[in-house]
Design a protein. Structure first.
Length: 285
């Protein structure tokens, strides 16, 4: 008995997205096995699952397929719910937990057992939804690679001269951006001083992507079989996009990749005050 692609592809996408979320949490130092089955977090598993279902309907039946319209609307509703209702419920749970903790510390609550800890991670931030939806589309396309190549034969075709020129311009632009960002990130003062780790990562990723695009351009010029296609170029660009989305997520959501300038300034101030106090004590003696 053959299982429908409308069933096994979303299920496989769900399992992969849940595993990705778990390993991301482990990488961040949060070993939580319950993340393998829970909602919320990075990436949005709901968005990945429904977007993979809509992508399967698009690949099999095309844009005129009624199932694509149905699954596309369902996917939009689920992702909107992740951003709206479920995220608001998680924020309310966080505020209630803080309120109950404050009341417990003040002694206003006598029976602590009546108030359990509410789960705070329910919805998703926009970046988590975008990455989840993109992951679902890519996995569904990978699982149906033969059908995708039949519908999009240009993926295995060598880019034309215009596309190669644009590729060269993009590689030079990314190299210039990477060098400029690296130079600005090395300056001890300036607007990028507090974002030095983030700017360094951005510079390195831009330079690496420029080198990858240069490699793609070289193999296209040399017409090396298997490497001169649009598919290889799109994979390189998608890697660049995903890497940068991850950097922005770590900066905006996790608060990482940022130099605590205020903390360093206060530490220097405390050190200066301590030294000044010692000098005053010596002078008084």
């Amino acid at each position: 008995m053959q299982i429908s692609e409308y069933l096994w592809v979303p299920l496989a996408t769900w399992a992969i997205a849940q595993s990705v979320k778990f390993f991301i949490a482990v990488f961040r130092g949060q070993y939580t096995p319950s993340l393998l089955f829970s909602s919320g977090g990075m990436p949005s598993v709901h968005s990945a699952t429904v977007s993979s279902l809509a992508t399967v309907a698009l690949i099999i039946g095309g844009p005129e397929n009624p199932l694509f319209g149905i699954t596309g609307v369902v996917a939009a509703i689920v992702m909107y719910d992740s951003l709206g209702v479920r995220r608001s419920a998680g924020e309310q749970a966080r505020m209630l937990n803080h309120l109950i903790d404050d009341l417990m510390q003040s002694g206003a609550i006598k029976t602590h057992k009546k108030y359990g800890h509410l789960r705070e991670i329910l919805g998703h931030r926009p970046l988590e939804v975008v990455i989840g939806a993109t992951l679902g589309v890519l996995l569904a396309a990978a699982f149906n690679a033969s059908t995708v190549l039949d519908r999009l034969p240009w993926l295995v075709v060598r880019p034309n001269a215009t596309a190669m020129l644009i590729e060269l311009i993009l590689a030079l632009f990314l190299m210039a951006v990477g060098i400029l960002t690296w130079v600005l990130a090395r300056r001890p003062q300036g607007r990028l001083a507090s974002y030095r780790p983030f700017a360094s990562h951005m510079a390195i990723s831009s330079l690496v992507t420029a080198l990858v695009l240069g490699f793609c351009l070289l193999v296209q010029r040399q017409q090396i079989e298997g490497w001169q296609t649009w598919f290889v170029l799109l994979v390189a660009l998608m890697g660049f996009v995903f890497w940068h989305l991850g950097l922005w997520y770590r900066l905006l959501v996790d608060g990482a990749l940022r130099t605590p300038v205020e903390t360093k300034t206060s530490a220097r101030r405390e050190k200066w005050l301590s030294a000044a106090g010692k000098r005053r004590q010596k002078a008084s003696k």
